[in-house]
Design a protein around this ligand. Structure first.
Ligand code: GLY
Length: 357
C-alpha cells in the first residue's frame, strides 16, 4: 500500500493511496475526538456516502452539505457551515472530514483552520484533481470576487485518505481536468510521469486501474516531497504553480463558471510553455511535446470572447504577484522548471495570445 509522509515544521502525516482505503477512515480519527463533521456535497454523498457512513459507524457525527462549485467557495459558505457545527454541538474536540473534490477540500480545510481558532481535518479527496493536488499539502481557502484563494490558511491535515475506487463514478470532463494536474507534476519534476502520460493516453483515458494508481502515486510522491521541503511556498513549492498564474486569471475572468480548475491550468501551462520558448528557456521540440501532451487530454472548453489583454491585466491581482512583479513558473525542459519574474510585458501578452489561438 503506497504511503507517503509529509513532514513540515509543525505537522507529520501520511497520505494513503489505496483502493478501498475509505473503509478504514476511522483509523485516522483520534480516539479522543468529539463530534465528527463530514463536509461534502450532495452528489458525492449520494455516490459514496454509504462507505463513509459504515466506516464511521459508532462515532458521533454529522454530515454537512455545501452546494459545491468554485463560485460557491466563499467565506459566506464557511460561516454558514460553522454555524451549523455550533448548533450541532461542535467544539474544540471536533474533527472535520473534508470528503469531496478540491473545492470541498479547500473549503472544509479552511473551515477546520478557523473554527474555534483551529480544529483537526482529515482530507478524503474524491476527484482525481483533489487526489493528486488539492487534498495534499495543507493549503486551504476560499475565493474573493477579485481572485482565487485570496483568503486562506495553511492547515495540514491529520491524514489524507485517497481511494482511487471512487474515480469510477467521476464524470469524464472532471477526470480529464485532473489529468492536467498530473501532467503538471510530470513537467515540473518527473520525466517518467510525463512519458507515461505521453505514451499511454488510451490506457490513461480508459482509467486502466494500474495506470491510474501509478499516476496518483507518483503525483502524490512529488507533492509530499515538495511540501515537506517548503510548506509555506517560500521557494520550492512555487513550482507547483506551473500553469496556475495564467490559469487563475482565466478562472477569475470567466467568474469561475466556464472552466474547471484543471482546464484553466491546462490553458495556463500552454501559455507558460509558450512563454518559456519565447524567453529562450525551452527548445521548440520540448514545447511541441508539452503542447501535444496537453492536447491529448483535451479539449478544454472554447476560449472565444476572452481577450489576452484582460488576462494579462488579471495577473496583477494574483497571489503570486509580489510588489507588482508577476511570477511565472517556466519549463526549462520536461522534468525541470524555473521561477521567473520581471518578464517583458509584450512577451507575456504574446504568450497568452499564442495559448488563445
Ligand atoms: N496547488 C499548489 C500547491 O498546493 O502548492
Amino acid at each position: 500500500m503506497p504511503r507517503y509522509a509529509v513532514e513540515t515544521p509543525r505537522a507529520r502525516y501520511v497520505v494513503i493511496v489505496e483502493r478501498g482505503a475509505l473503509a478504514s477512515l476511522a483509523a485516522h480519527v483520534p480516539a479522543t475526538a468529539g463530534k465528527l463533521f463530514v463536509v461534502t456535497t450532495a452528489d458525492v454523498w449520494r455516490l459514496h456516502g454509504e462507505v463513509v457512513e459504515k466506516a464511521l459507524a459508532g462515532r458521533p457525527r454529522q454530515v454537512l452539505f455545501f452546494p459545491g462549485g468554485e463560485e460557491r467557495k466563499r467565506l459566506s459558505e464557511v460561516e454558514a457551515l460553522a454555524g451549523q457545527m455550533l448548533r450541532a454541538g461542535g467544539d474544540r474536540s471536533s474533527v472535520v472530514i473534508a470528503f469531496g473534490g478540491g473545492i470541498t477540500n479547500d473549503l472544509g480545510g479552511f473551515l477546520a483552520a478557523i473554527f474555534m481558532r483551529g480544529i483537526p481535518v482529515i482530507q478524503a479527496p474524491t476527484t482525481l484533481l483533489a487526489q493528486v493536488d488539492a487534498g495534499v499539502g495543507g493549503k486551504t481557502g476560499v475565493n474573493l470576487a477579485e481572485g482565487k484563494n485570496l483568503l486562506g490558511a495553511f492547515h495540514q491535515p491529520l491524514a489524507v485518505v485517497i481511494d482511487p475506487d471512487v474515480l469510477a463514478t467521476l464524470p469524464g470532463r472532471e477526470y480529464r481536468a485532473g489529468l492536467f494536474e498530473v501532467l503538471k507534476c510530470g513537467v515540473i519534476r518527473s520525466p517518467e510521469l510525463f512519458e507515461l502520460m505521453e505514451r499511454r493516453p488510451a490506457e490513461v483515458l480508459a482509467r486502466e486501474p494500474s495506470v491510474v494508481d501509478a499516476l496518483i502515486a507518483e503525483s502524490v510522491r512529488i507533492k509530499a516531497e515538495v511540501v515537506s521541503a517548503d510548506e509555506r511556498e517560500g521557494d520550492l513549492r512555487r513550482i507547483l504553480n506551473f500553469g496556475h498564474t495564467v490559469g487563475h486569471a482565466l478562472e477569475a475572468e470567466t467568474a469561475y463558471a466556464r472552466f474547471l480548475h484543471g482546464e484553466a491550468v491546462a490553458f495556463g501551462m500552454r501559455a507558460a510553455t509558450h512563454l518559456a520558448r519565447l524567453a529562450g528557456l525551452l527548445t521548440e521540440e520540448q514545447e511541441r511535446r508539452i503542447a501535444a501532451a496537453i492536447a491529448a487530454y483535451g479539449p478544454i472548453p472554447p476560449l472565444d470572447g476572452i481577450a489576452a489583454e484582460a488576462l494579462a491585466a488579471r495577473l496583477q491581482g494574483d497571489k503570486k504577484t509580489v510588489q507588482g512583479k508577476v511570477h511565472f513558473v517556466l519549463p526549462e525542459r520536461i522534468g525541470a522548471v524555473r521561477v521567473m519574474s520581471g518578464l517583458d510585458q509584450a512577451m507575456v501578452l504574446e504568450a497568452i495570445r499564442g495559448a488563445l489561438r
